[in-house]
Ligand binder design. Sequence first.
Ligand code: LLP
Length: 443
Amino acid sequence: MRLVWRKGRNRSGVGQSILDVPADTLERIAMAVDTPVYVYDAEAIRSRYDELTVALSGFPHEILYSVKANSNLSILRLMRGLGAGADIVSGGELVRVLRAGFAPGKVVFSGVGKTRRELTAAVENHIGLVNVESHDELTLLNEVAQELRTVVKFGFRVNPDVATNTHPYTQTGERGMKFGVPMGEVLSQALWARDQEYLLLQSVGMHIGSQILDASRFRQGAEKLASLIEQLRDSGAEELHSADVGGGIGIQYTSEEGLDAAQYASVIEPLARSTGLKIMLEPGRYLVGNAGYLLTRCVHTKQSGGRSFVVVDAGMNDLLRPSLYGAVHDICVVAGGETDELKLRSVDVVGPICETGDFLGVDRKLPEVKRGTLLAVRSAGAYGFTMSSNYNSRPRPPEVMVEGNRWAIIRERETIEDLMRGEQLSPDVALDWRTGRENTVDE
Ligand code: LLP
């Protein structure tokens, strides 16, 4: 795929707004490709990556970009160019990262429900590491490795029993959750694996949750990993190469402070020091979250029951986070420089979907919004497009990458035809579905 770059506006030029990408570049994009549209700022992604790399520079580490956050091929290509590896969770993500040019050795496969087919693809492609989450999965991986007569490097994702105070749906590190091998079972599974010809234990890891703003949770998890690693080594696991601390670094959405990279590094560092192992981490949101916008236009305004609604052309099918997690994303008028508090009005920004839960923002203070006003939903770079759907038969939006003062479409808008691809019209006669016989309809 060759990108077609179009001109935007220089960042230092007029039209600078509270957005990182100049407002008139966003206007041009919206005019050219229509709304809703996802826009990603390449430079913002690079600077996040650099920030993290600098913070972690005191100890050996490897950044594995968590593909689920944003899996567009151009984003993946950007990450690969920065030197990242990839953290994947499905056969589909494996194909994506290989297509984007990641070296298989820099790919780590996580996830609680990998199928035989997915494990086979991983082993055939000689990926760097398979993180297993249960003994059942380990035995399946062993079968696959035996069949293919290939030594497989694997790691245990453990459940460290660490509580996080993030949204319940994105907590993963506590006892009783579906994720990870319970700490107490890791040793016996490691001993079992040692007797298998084709299994090679290389890593122990965790992923305790997502959007974590409190560094002490990572410290607790890292301490538990350190003692587990010591225990494993005491029982003869000498071939460990790395400790994987997962993803989950929290970012700023509105007024909260994102977790500082240096603070994060300081709670991880003791694990690196005490074990001498390379630290692998799997950030997704941290790298791309703040670098993305969802642009949407107002289609109608209305008042009802004492509330003011701004109905926009993006809905929960485009950005699910507000509806699913009650997530709060900043919303602003792209070209509206109105800052006078008194002139701001409180509105609910809602989508066109036939569900009351279809909202992008509730009780937002915005300057006057009319039909056609362009709005930007901020921090939509992670888990935005990747969680979008075709609900209400709505084509998914296009994706655009901004690079300096140029921009390019990195995914076309879906068409209505795309929505029906693979579907069949049933025969144009009434069928008796129970008997399979045609119903004869008496005229
Ligand atoms: N590693 C593993 C094994 C994961 O399951 C995840 C995210 C990550 C890394 C990356 O986490 P991050 O650094 O992006 O927090 N849809 C939710 C987030 C779900 C995260 C699932 N796992 C949301 O929109 O908030």
